[in-house]
Design a protein around this ligand. Structure first.
Ligand code: GLU
Length: 331
């Protein structure tokens, strides 16, 4: 943890220096930091894939005389709500965040779960993220109600799943006292804790497939709980555009012997209104000019389509730098 904090402070410091230096132009060398999630999650792949495309464009651009000086890093972080808070504090330049937390941060509608952030700006949306209750083999958990009196990982503070779990708890009228134990493990810790018998289930909002979920499912027989009949999930989907039902297909993990339906969000790529237009333009351009490469970097990205990425699940205004690129493309 200490090492993690140090890394984060160093990168945040580099980023703060870049911002303090005015971030004046994408042509000068400036350092971008993208907030991601746990090292076994999909956000970590999103952030590092964006950086890879930014560096690729810089290198190829140099050869063609179309040069930008952006350098990019995408460290592991606590997740969605942490990223949004740090973007708004000017400590991170970009971040990945769940569509529910993008909505609530921009609108200030859940101040106890995510810092209100009127300067938050959308860049594009990425992959779908179903909310998954992963339950231990033999735990008997088949619904939210079955979690009563169980040892459940509600997720680390700063993660998107922590907030979404709290939405479900609130909807069911539950508090942490309804669980035997409510742990706050990170996404990287939770699968091993489950396989070691230290928790009965965890809640995780993450792209499919995910290596962390596979540790629990393929590794020790855990399974994903179907939430299609859950009245709170139904109400959340009915009342909010940023939630939708999603299906995890049969065969995704060894324990997925039939389709599993649950509700979920979309991962979105966000920034601040204070990040200069040309910087956001170059990052956006790097991703979309190399979308085939980007899609090949994780199976969850395989079906990304520009028309959906620039329209779906974005509730904050689109940053003018991204809009400039979309206008150029006539999208
Ligand atoms: N949805 C999770 C969060 O918002 C992160 C999932 C991932 O790391 O891919 O914190």
């Amino acid at each position: 943890m200490k090492q993690f904090e140090r890394t984060l402070l160093t990168t945040a410091f580099a980023s703060a220096v870049a911002l303090a230096a005015g971030h004046s132009s994408a042509q000068e060398t400036s350092f971008l930091t993208i907030g991601t999630g746990g090292p076994t999650g999909v956000y970590f792949v999103v952030g590092n894939s964006v950086c890879r495309m930014v560096h690729k464009e810089a290198a190829e651009g140099r050869a063609e005389g179309r040069k930008h000086g952006l350098r990019c890093s995408a460290p592991s972080t606590a997740g969605s709500t942490y990223n949004i808070g740090q973007i708004c504090a000017g400590e991170l330049d970009f971040g990945v965040a769940q569509s529910d937390w993008q909505f609530h941060a921009y609108n200030g509608s859940a101040p106890d779960r995510v810092s209100p952030c009127p300067d938050l700006r959308a860049v594009f949306s990425v992959h779908p993220e179903p909310y998954q209750i992963v339950a231990a083999e033999g735990s008997g958990i088949q619904s939210w109600q079955d979690l009563k009196g169980k040892r459940f990982n509600i997720g680390n503070p700063g993660s998107g799943q922590r907030g979404t779990t709290e939405e479900l708890m609130g909807g069911h009228g539950w508090t942490t006292a309804d669980f035997a134990v409510a742990t706050e493990l990170t996404s990287t810790e939770q699968a091993n804790a489950l396989c070691d018998g230290n928790i009965d289930a965890f809640g995780y909002t993450v792209g499919v497939p995910n290596a962390g979920v596979a540790v629990a499912t393929d590794g020790c027989g855990a399974y994903i709980v179907d939430l299609s009949d859950d009245p709170v999930a139904q109400k959340l989907v009915e009342e909010n555009d940023y939630y939708a039902f999603a299906t995890i297909p049969e065969g995704t993990y060894t324990s997925t012997d039939s389709d599993v339906t649950t509700f979920g969000v979309k991962a979105t790529f966000v920034t601040s209104a204070n990040v200069p237009e040309d910087v956001v333009y170059e990052v956006t351009r790097a991703v979309f000019e190399n979308l085939d490469d980007f899609r090949s970097l994780h199976p969850a990205f395989a079906n990304l389509k520009p028309e959906e990425m620039i329209a779906d699940a974005l509730s904050a205004p689109i940053h003018p730098g991204a809009q400039k690129y979309y206008d150029e493309k006539g999208w």
